[in-house]
Design a protein around this ligand. Structure first.
Ligand code: 5GP
Length: 191
């Protein structure tokens, strides 16, 4: 019998200092782009830490709303809104805030929904852009980091609801996590 493969350890990809610097840069870019104010729309739940930091890096009028989406069927890219916005976005300058844009299917769907509601403008701000994985083109005006084809967790991003609270972004072996959801528990949570 061959021994079970050992999961490669999670690898730090983006540390807290780099995250802080990127958020400060994006906050300055957004402040410059929207001197009269902006409505940020966070996609739950992954964007929460990023959005919380980002609003404090913006020094113009900023309002926040949230929506939550869920896949109809995992892996198909078909999504639906499970929690809608509270407010009207008609004639507003809107920025969709994402943790990560991967295939682009989610952002494309959400942007379509938002545009139907008649905002004055809609742009995308994503912390991470996994551009090499794109299946549908998405125009992203504000980008924190472009990353390669890696599965990442931390700073809002999860695997099975875990790891959102890490203060850095780690690259993890998603196959190892699927095989054993506890694969990285000790490495990431036990100090
Ligand atoms: P899409 O493929 O539609 O662009 O991305 C959909 C969603 O998949 C993202 O909003 C994010 O929740 C999730 N996702 C994509 N890549 C990763 C990743 O590397 N790590 C984690 N934790 N989630 C991801």
């Amino acid at each position: 019998m061959t021994p079970a493969a050992v999961a490669p350890p999670p690898r730090p990809l983006i540390g807290p200092d780099e995250l802080r610097a990127a958020v400060a840069r994006l906050g300055a870019e957004l402040s410059r782009a929207y001197p009269m104010g902006v409505l940020l729309i966070g996609v739950l739940k992954g964007s929460v830490p990023f959005l919380a930091d980002l609003i404090r890096a913006i020094d113009t009028d900023v309002a926040v709303d949230f929506l939550a989406i869920s896949a109809y069927t995992e892996g198909t890219g078909r999504v639906r809104i499970v929690k809608d916005l509270e407010g009207d976005i008609w004639d507003r300058d809107v920025v969709l805030v994402e943790d990560i844009v991967d295939t682009g299917l989610t952002a494309t769907y959400v942007l379509g929904e938002l545009r139907r509601r008649g905002p004055r403008s809609v742009e995308v701000c994503t912390l991470l852009d996994k551009a090499v994985r794109r299946l549908v083109p998405v125009s992203i005006r504000f980008v924190g980091f472009e990353i390669g084809d890696e599965f990442v967790v931390g700073y809002g991003m999860d695997f099975g609801e875990r790891f959102r609270n890490l203060e850095c972004i780690m690259a993890a072996d998603v196959h190892a996590l699927r095989a054993d959801p506890n694969a990285y528990f000790d490495a990431l949570y036990t100090r």
